[in-house]
Design a protein around this ligand. Sequence first.
Ligand SMILES: [Zn+2]
Length: 111
Amino acid sequence: MGLVCSHCHKNMSVAKIEEKRGEGLASQIRCYHCQAWLGKNVRIAQVKMLSFYLLVGLLILGYVVEQFEVMSYMLAAMMGMALIISHFMDQVHTIEAPEQEDVSDQLKKYR
Ligand SMILES: [Zn+2]
């Protein structure tokens, strides 16, 4: 399993990541290319989990209780949408960027 650093856009191997901090959904990893701390948006991860459990629960409810069938399947479809949207938003992003090198001198050369 690999992922792409949101700061330097290089591929990382999860096995090579040595520095980690935080627990569970709020855990962060450190890119070994650029030293930036990367993490997930905790709220989006929570929405994703919640919509998944609601989706499963509503499907079971619609299956078991006949009079709720249409309503629970409609709600389940909405939860499915929320799950897909939160899944696409649930990407690693840069929490703490490494200190920037001063490149202004180099930029002047090209002017
Ligand atoms: Zn990086």
